[in-house]
Design a protein around this ligand. Sequence first.
Ligand code: ADP
Length: 485
Amino acid sequence: VAARLNSAGFIRSQGFIGGKWTDAYDGKTIEVTNPATGEVITNVSCMGGRETNDAIASAQDAFVSWSKQTAAERSKCLRKWYDLIMAHKEELGQLMTLEQGKPLKEAIGEVSYGASFVEFYAEEAKRIYGDIIPATLPDRRLFVLKQPVGVVGAITPWNFPLAMITRKVAPALACGCTVVIKPSELTPLTALAAAELSIQAGIPPGAVNVVMGNASDIGEALLASPQVRKITFTGSTAVGKKLMAGAASTVKKVSLELGGNAPCIIFDDADLDVALKGTLATKFRNSGQTCVCANRILVQEGIYDKFANAFSNAVSSMKVGDGFGEGVVQGPLINDAAVHKVESFLQDAISKGAKVLIGGKRHSLGMTFFEPTVITDVKSEMLLSREEVFGPIAPLLKFKTEEEAIRMANDTNAGLAAYIFTSSIKRSWRVSEALEYGLVGVNEGLISTEVAPFGGVKQSGLGREGSKYGMDEYLEIKYICLGNM
Ligand code: ADP
């Protein structure tokens, strides 16, 4: 299948260390498969601690010179990287659909979205301003400098094979840091292609390294190294907690984008069309496999039945299939484990009284395809409400009052994204302020952009990505006191 694609030239199977394509020391490889067909796309190097240490050493070498380049020079390289990613939008999108399964249009959309971080941080590179503080003694001058933190370990998931990398790597490079990326073993090809383009863009060898293989060995090597000064991670809450604990031994800076349990609250006074479109968009993007996907749809009792019917109608018209298929909007789930999770959550809900309105089982296409599902009479104690389902299941819960909706929405350890649909300005402010979440979409289901801060509160994470705030994660503040003037 790979040979049919324009992206075939982008398929790399080795790790990328110090600007060189590199095999694992023991020659081991792992398969990368197409989730829509089960076909093996290629075998990539299966690396571990030794290769990671090599990558860290390369990143440390590169840091010495990269951090000393002028902001304008770093900016130019990043801008070129952006241009190259955009020039290869189609090929990168194909590669992503091939290894991840999302519909091609969505994949190409992710390439643009991923590239937008590179463009944005090419610009921010020039704005790392310090401060001069009025001194407390007349013979002193007090300065604040911002300096790159050092080598960064970036660990990323499979659901956004490009954007989760650029959202970390672009601000890191802009600040003068260098990086060791560990992409998900399920989707390393997009990451490797992006690394290749970084070299073409003039980003020096060693500034961007990619290792993949044994996740826990790679993670341990990154955590153990005193040279790695920062760990940035997107993925599950469980692994995030491990990394945070592991980072303690060398006191690294840590940013974490972990799981969500997004409530999507639809009030009686909502514009039904807007609520339908927004909820569909936030629920079914990437077949429900994003940490900001609506996980619980809370609908006020006055509009509940009307919404449930209209929503099921809309869901029933969504075309499921291979991401390369014409008109397909729902691809396969990433693997069997993902399907099992969806099935067990559904089983739990049904056994406790929930009713499937539409879907509810594996799709006739086989593989890991699952029918887009709407399920009603969902209660707060069901698994579907307690944990992130990460699949195309839309659970509808009923509420009576605004207070009840806020209480239900906040009744979770997660705090990433929340959505509300209402026509009342007063209510939109009131509820937005009351929600214990890092992001709130009001009458909008797709809110992520490179110019705004993305990140969670509570156990959904630490730190922010995107926007001017995303730079702080890769900078140290230094205070200089000039005395005896
Ligand atoms: P998901 O459920 O999205 O796959 P994970 O947290 O398992 O979430 O994976 C996110 C990233 O973390 C992947 O790149 C994965 O390989 C990596 N990972 C998993 N376990 C570890 C670990 N013990 N140390 C470091 N990285 C890990």
